[in-house]
Design a protein. Structure first.
Length: 256
């Protein structure tokens, strides 16, 4: 993926990693369109960051994705990058259905069906561009599970395998598939995340991501150093030890 000269749509970018990435990419000379559910937040983003475009979209709603994506393509026919950023993370208790079922269904709708529907809405348009990219967002928890968030772990594992698979299928097109794999980052993804001392500061994460994109434009995965302990645990042969480390304290070190 080139770091500049793109037209980029980032649904789910009204806070956290998505918004910080949108601001940084806009500053690098890209046209950036931010999507989100809440009109008030979108208005604040447009006012605080002149030049960033905004559009209201609900990535858990199939109709919203279809309608808004068509409008984005019509208004930005040179759009060549989709970053499927939207995601939710919730703690669950799988001892009884009341402890997890509603949460699991919401997570699958947003974290799995959301990216699938977004890709479906844009994949034909992206193939018409000379150089285009789909960026998916998984997690270190796609590779090592956190016991408190089973559905989130599973959803991010699905995003990882989806990325691997569609990269193979789209190899005969102009579309690259890049997987962003965050560690724990200080964002409002869950209550208390922004204050977690064990999590990576957001500005440091974004700076390292941008540096990796610049230095490795053909990379299939964007892996900051902090996520390597999770991403490569099985290959290193210390998977069980990393699972124990991750789940051994209340701080859940290195997980996002």
């Amino acid at each position: 993926m080139n770091i500049t000269g793109n037209t980029i749509f980032i649904p789910g970018a009204t806070s956290g990693i998505g918004l910080a990435l949108a601001v940084e990419l806009h500053g690098r000379g890209n046209t950036v369109i931010v999507g989100g559910r809440r009109a008030g937040l979108l208005d604040q983003i447009a006012a605080a960051h002149p030049g960033i475009r905004t559009v209201q979209i609900d990535t858990a709603d199939a109709g919203s994705i279809a309608t808004v994506s068509a409008r984005v393509i019509a208004e930005h026919p040179d759009l060549n990058v989709l970053i499927a950023m939207a995601g939710i993370m919730r703690a669950e208790d799988w001892h009884t259905p009341a402890g997890f079922l509603d949460s699991a269904e919401a997570i699958v709708a947003t974290n799995v069906l959301g990216p699938i529907r977004l890709i479906a809405a844009f994949v034909e348009h992206l193939q018409e561009q000379a150089d285009s990219t789909i960026v998916t967002v998984s997690s270190g928890l796609a590779f090592v599970p956190l016991r408190h968030t089973p559905s989130y772990n599973a959803a991010k594992a699905a995003v990882h395998m989806l990325s691997e698979s569609i990269r193979l299928q789209l190899a005969d097109t102009t579309v690259k598939v890049v997987e962003l794999v965050p560690p724990a980052v200080r964002t409002p993804l869950m209550p208390g995340h922004e204050e977690r001392e064990d999590a990576m500061p957001l500005d440091e994460f974004i700076a390292e991501v941008i540096s990796l994109i610049e230095s490795q434009p053909d990379a299939h995965e964007i892996l900051v150093d902090r996520v390597a302990v999770l991403r490569h645990a099985e290959a290193r042969g210390d998977y069980e030890q990393v699972v124990a480390m991750l789940n051994g304290t209340e701080t859940h070190a290195t997980a996002q």
